[in-house]
Design a protein around this ligand. Structure first.
Ligand SMILES: Cc1cc2nc3c(=O)[nH]c(=O)nc-3n(C[C@H](O)[C@H](O)[C@H](O)COP(=O)(O)O)c2cc1C
Length: 415
């Protein structure tokens, strides 16, 4: 299990001389809160925008600014009185080199291999992956020199986050704004997870409750919040998988680093899932797909009358039955996992669904409990396998449940 991908990871956070340096303080704080060990390295220009003390306070670690400042070696295997050379020590210890904000100037230095300050020397000396969040005026970003430098860096394996479009420090609107710290943090998770145990795997996850239209303004839906499906998508992403998330409407933001397909109805979900799961390693169906939809969708809003209104419901497509047929043809996902949300006879109903839908694994979920199922951050599930085994998991966060499911899926794929 790999619950917290940032925990105890050593991140060298390079901060360069742009106005967005103030946002880097928030990023450093969020990374530290997520359990990362953050060593901030500032260029001389960056120290003109934000004081190193701010970063020292939020990371509770020394901030490095000077390539020539050798410091006493505190490593346990160091000989008495030995000194550390900062760019070598930081380059070796880093799991990730994250530069946010990255100025046009620093991008140019990185692309050309210059090492005239501590940050650029670390970039040259490290084998850690490089994640860069550029920030500059639109003209500087659009300049062919900057574009060529960025292309060179990406070609060498660097990952880019942003820049976003919006309000710039000059007061203008355009492309060049540093991505928000939360998005950068998510990309750090993606980059750190790239060599995880699910690297190279292609996973499909469904989430949310479908909406079945009654008329142009009304629909039938259910209480699914999408939280379990989104947790599954993020957990697989953090372990290096390529993830397609097919989701019915939810209040959750699109996850960074995941291919998200937005759908509304069960019929749309069917189409998106069948096309995404063709040849995938696994499909995990955490969506609450409507079993019934109105037989006819009224073209105009149905008017209120004195009499009762009767809706005739018909079946929606059975997505898992169609997935099972695809698998018989040698297409479809290698492993299929379902969820059984029940309010009574949980295990009997779940086992029936496992067999009837020809699943490899089902997570049986008593949605009548206040701390499990819909809309909460925790879940209590029993995992039933096609081979007849049952494992009742204790109350866990949805993130932990997700990782446990991926552990099981990973073994099933290898079988
Ligand atoms: C007020 C002000 C704001 C600046 N903002 C940016 C910026 O957002 N992006 C950028 O690339 N350069 C910006 N610059 C220019 C850089 O600070 C300058 O190119 C500097 O040499 C960058 O050094 P560094 O890359 O070593 O940090 C700004 C300069 C000033 C005076």
């Amino acid at each position: 299990m790999n619950i917290r991908v940032l925990h105890n990871k050593r991140i060298v956070l390079g901060v360069t001389g742009g106005v967005a340096a103030y946002k880097a303080a928030f990023l450093a704080s969020r990374l530290t809160q997520a359990g990362a060990i953050v060593d901030v390295v500032m260029t001389e220009a960056a120290t003109r925008f934000v004081a190193p003390l701010t970063f020292q306070a939020v990371t509770r670690r020394a901030v490095h600014t000077d390539i020539f400042a050798l410091s006493p070696d505190s490593e346990p295997d160091a000989r008495a009185g030995e000194l550390q050379i900062p760019h070598i020590t930081l380059a070796k210890s880093a799991n990730l080199l994250l530069i946010a904000p990255a100025t046009g100037n620093t991008l140019a230095k990185l692309a050309h291999g210059l090492a005239d300050n501590l940050l650029t020397a670390i970039a040259l000396a490290t084998s850690a992956p490089l994640l860069i969040a550029p920030a500059m005026e639109s003209e500087m970003w659009a300049h062919p020199a900057t574009q060529a430098n960025v292309a060179t860096l990406v070609e060498r394996g660097a990952t880019l986050v942003g820049p976003a479009a919006g309000h710039l420090a000059s007061g203008a609107e355009g492309v060049g704004r540093m991505s928000e710290p939360e998005e950068i943090l998510e990309m750090a998770r993606v980059v750190l997870g790239q060599k995880g145990d699910l690297a190279g795997r292609r996973m499909v996850v469904s989430a949310g409750g479908t909406r079945e239209a009654i008329d142009p303004v009304r629909f039938i839906s259910n209480r699914s919040s999408g939280k379990m499906g989104f947790a599954l998508a993020l957990a697989a992403r953090d372990r290096g998988a390529h993830v397609t998330l097919v989701t019915a409407p939810t209040a959750l933001p699109n996850p960074v680093g995941v291919d998200t397909v937005q759908v509304e109805s069960a019929a749309e979900m069917r189409d998106a899932i069948l096309s995404a799961s063709d040849g995938a390693d696994a499909l995990v169906m955490a969506a609450a797909v409507a079993d019934y939809r109105p037989g006819e969708v009224a073209e105009q809003k149905i008017k209120k009358t004195d009499g009762a209104l009767t809706l005739r419901l018909t079946h929606t497509p059975d997505i898992l039955a169609e997935v099972a047929r695809l698998r018989e043809l040698g297409r479809g996902p290698k492993v299929t996992v379902g969820f059984a949300a029940e309010t009574e006879d949980l295990l009997t109903n779940a086992r029936e669904k496992l067999q009837y839908k020809r699943l490899d694994l089902i997570a049986a979920n008593d949605v009548s409990a206040a701390d499990a199922g819909f809309a909460v951050d925790t879940n209590r599930v029993t995992l039933l396998s096609a081979d007849g085994t049952a494992e009742a998991l204790p109350l866990m966060s949805k993130e932990e449940v997700a990782h446990t499911i991926w552990d099981r899926v990973s073994s099933l794929i290898q079988e």
